[in-house]
Design a protein around this ligand. Structure first.
Ligand code: ATP
Ligand code: MG
Length: 422
């Protein structure tokens, strides 16, 4: 039989790593709630049409990266490649946008059929943040400040912010013509992807990761000269707040986003410690998307953090402990039930305690080995002698203190004075 293996590009996160994931997620979530963003939980599968309409047919995601399949009644479904589309769908479906503002976040796996490599998986995780109903640059700034606070909490130092304005649809279409002229006159230098984009979505050529295209892209005319007043004012407003908050950024006039519906502000947080896939967080404004789905026009701005990439950069200090405080050795058939009940009582009385009760029997020696390996501070031993005398033997696993015995009735008291509950 073939060796059992996970799907290529999709990874297990094993128990040694989950504490770091939990810490990362909790740190971010705490900060999101400091800003009064609320969690929304969305399905992992949506109708394929939703992504096609939201992200755009000519994007990498829709044209080559989606995991789509027909379900049993032949409707085409897709494993979500990103969270914005589903969030917008849910907001429209539940009437969350009409005459209201929303600050929302979600978290979970995303799926894209890309070539697996460092920083690129086929199942990866994002925390996504979206705000609806806000027109001005204040909310764009708020989201960038929030990111900055997250990086600080995770001790990230080497991360830089790039921002750009994509203007309104009208100013982009004027720029589009100029860009098409430029790239058309250099058609022989375009790679295959860019030739397709030239026809369908020329702005996306600027997003090419092909190093051979770099100098051509650097020579391309930029949008800033064609920016409409409204977008220019919005962008200036954003920069003013960032300056005031002492957030360092560079304006990258070639920064575009992979999705069609972005306009005005776009931004990326980039680390140079991750090699080619250095973008840890990316976002921007997509004022047209809600209306595009038939609901009343609702301005929106959001971003997504790639958690695998962030995991590489974050420093994990002050992580909560997970090793047990106490290992309960249970020796002899008769001790099993009272042992487990005793552990229950301790958990009732000392809610912060982590007790690992031995299950599965075995010799005292083998249980003791496990107790030592568990990292616990104390071993509590319940054998037949202890059972007869309503007491436990206590062995100190991390110090030379001599062993002692404690009465069951004294146990809570004893543990609360002798353990450090961290
Ligand atoms: P890239 O230019 O790297 O392909 P993207 O524009 O496709 O990025 P977004 O859709 O903006 O990425 O996703 C936001 C973030 O999610 C990225 O900045 C990155 O941190 C993370 N991300 C995207 N795709 C992957 C992937 N295949 N594997 C791991 N992380 C990813
Ligand atoms: Mg991509």
């Amino acid at each position: 039989m073939a060796k059992l293996q996970a799907v290529r590009g999709m990874h297990d996160i094993l128990m040694h790593d989950t504490p770091r994931w939990q810490f990362l997620e909790e740190t971010i979530q705490t900060i999101l709630s400091q800003y009064s963003y609320q969690e929304i939980r969305l399905p992992i599968v949506e109708k394929t049409e939703l992504f096609k309409r939201s992200i755009g047919d000519n994007t990498d995601i829709v044209s080559k990266e989606m995991y789509s399949f027909d379900d049993r009644n032949d409707s085409s479904l897709t494993l979500r490649p990103e969270g914005t589309a589903g969030c917008v769908r849910a907001g429209i479906e539940h009437g969350l946008f009409h005459n209201q503002t929303q600050r929302l976040w979600y978290s979970g796996p995303m799926f894209r059929h890309e070539r697996p490599q460092k920083g690129r998986q086929r199942q990866f995780h994002q925390i996504g943040v979206e705000a609806f109903g806000f027109n001005g640059p204040d909310i764009d700034a708020e989201q960038i400040l929030m990111c900055s606070r997250i990086w600080q909490a995770l001790n990230l130092s080497d991360i830089s912010l790039e921002i750009n304005s994509l203007g309104t649809t009208e100013s982009r279409s004027e720029y589009r013509t100029i860009l098409v002229d430029y790239f058309s006159s250099h058609k022989n230098q375009l790679d295959e992807d860019s030739l397709v984009r030239l026809e369908q979505n020329p702005l996306r050529i600027l997003d090419s990761k092909n190093p051979d295209m770099k100098s051509l892209i650097m020579g391309a005319p930029t949008l800033d000269e064609h920016l409409d007043t409204e977008s220019a004012d919005h962008f200036a407003g954003l920069k003013e707040i960032l300056d005031g908050a002492d957030i360092k950024y560079t304006v990258n006039p070639r920064l575009v986003r992979g999705l069609d519906y972005y306009g005005k502000t776009v931004f990326e947080w980039i680390s140079n410690q991750l090699g080619a896939q250095g973008t840890v967080c990316a976002g921007g404004r997509y004022d047209g998307l809600v209306e595009h789905h038939g609901a009343s026009s609702t301005p929106a701005v959001g971003f997504a953090i790639g958690l695998e990439r962030l995991m590489e950069l974050a420093s994990f200090v002050n992580m909560p402990e997970t090793t047990p405080h106490v290992y309960l050795l249970i020796s002899g058939e008769k001790s099993v039930k009272p042992g487990l009940l005793l552990a229950e009582q301790l958990r009732n009385q000392l809610p912060n305690i982590r007790i690992l009760s031995h299950c599965g029997g075995g010799s005292f020696k083998s249980q003791f080995k496990k107790a030592d390996k568990s990292g616990a501070q104390l071993a509590l031993i319940l054998g037949e002698d202890e059972l007869d005398n309503n007491q436990l033997t206590v062995k100190y696993l991390r110090s030379d203190k001599p062993q002692t015995t404690v009465k069951w009735s004294e146990l809570t008291n004893f543990l609360s004075t002798s353990l450090q509950f961290n």
